[in-house]
Ligand binder design. Structure first.
Ligand SMILES: Nc1ncnc2c1ncn2[C@@H]1O[C@H](COP(=O)(O)OP(=O)(O)OP(=O)(O)O)[C@@H](O)[C@H]1O
Length: 237
């Protein structure tokens, strides 16, 4: 699948500038991303790829001396929302725009509780529904078959690849529309990487995915589109 002009825009970024103190990190970025697509963000270390991702879910806002200007609009629940204006609570934004990090970060609790955690934080109290949604999320993340008989085990006992799929399941349990992934396979071996890549291709049916990757073979395998950053600027897309 390649991005075409007919594709529906999911994310629209205009004149985005980002600074850490007086360092100008992202420079006048204007770019859009189509719905149900996988975009790989590539470019040299320090080019601003990770910083760009966190402008899409406001994760930078608590960093000291960080500031941003510009506009980010994301279509959520069918409505185009300006994520920095109006009344979109940040918890709601992050429910819809989930993120998976480079190193798997399971919580120090059981597999089951790891996935149920975001549901509890969102106020869900119905045990039966929670069990069902936990199972669905683990199935979507291709992990259910491997863990269904050990749901009460500490999640930190899982292998690295399993832990990363657990983190993906945790990101998916609140049914986000956008998934941001910052080098999700860089700490994994080739077998675990392959499983995650297959998973991304499957998830594209439901989600818009932006993935930072340093691996060009991976980019070729999964990406519909490649956006190249260099020194805070998009040099090709
Ligand atoms: N919290 C922070 N405070 C100050 N400067 C930061 C902070 N986070 C990142 N930077 C700087 O911002 C610039 C862009 O970093 P960023 O992590 O976005 O690049 P990147 O392209 O994702 O790099 P990599 O591929 O190595 O992850 C770098 O010069 C980095 O040192």
């Amino acid at each position: 699948m390649k991005t075409t002009l007919q594709d529906k825009t999911k994310i629209q970024v205009e004149d985005l500038n980002f600074f850490y103190r007086d360092r100008h990190i992202l420079k006048d970025l204007t770019v859009r991303f189509a719905e149900n697509s996988i975009t790989a963000l590539i470019g040299p270390s320090g080019a601003g790829k990770s910083t760009f991702l966190i402008t899409l879910n406001r994760l930078w806002e608590n960093l000291p001396e960080a500031r941003m200007s510009g506009k980010v609009e994301i279509t959520l629940d069918g409505l185009r929302r300006d994520i920095y204006q109006g009344n979109l609570p940040v918890t709601e934004l992050r429910r819809q725009v989930a993120m998976v990090f480079q190193t798997p970060n399971p919580l120090p609790m059981s597999i089951s509780r790891n996935i149920a955690f975001p549901l509890k934080m969102a106020g869900n109290r119905n045990q039966e529904e929670m069990r069902h949604r936990v199972e669905q999320a683990l199935k979507m993340a291709y992990l259910w078959e491997e863990v269904k008989d050990r749901m009460n085990d500490d999640a930190r006992k899982l292998s690295g690849g399993q832990q990363q799929r657990l983190c993906i399941a945790r990101a998916l349990v609140l049914e986000p529309e956008v998934l941001l992934m910052d080098e999700p396979t860089s700490s994994l071996d080739s077998t675990a990487t392959e499983v995650i890549e297959d998973l991304l291709l499957e998830l594209r049916q439901h989600l818009t995915i932006l993935v930072v990757s340093h691996y060009l073979d991976q980019v070729k395998r999964v990406a519909d589109r490649v956006v190249t950053f260099e020194d805070g600027v998009i040099i090709s897309s």
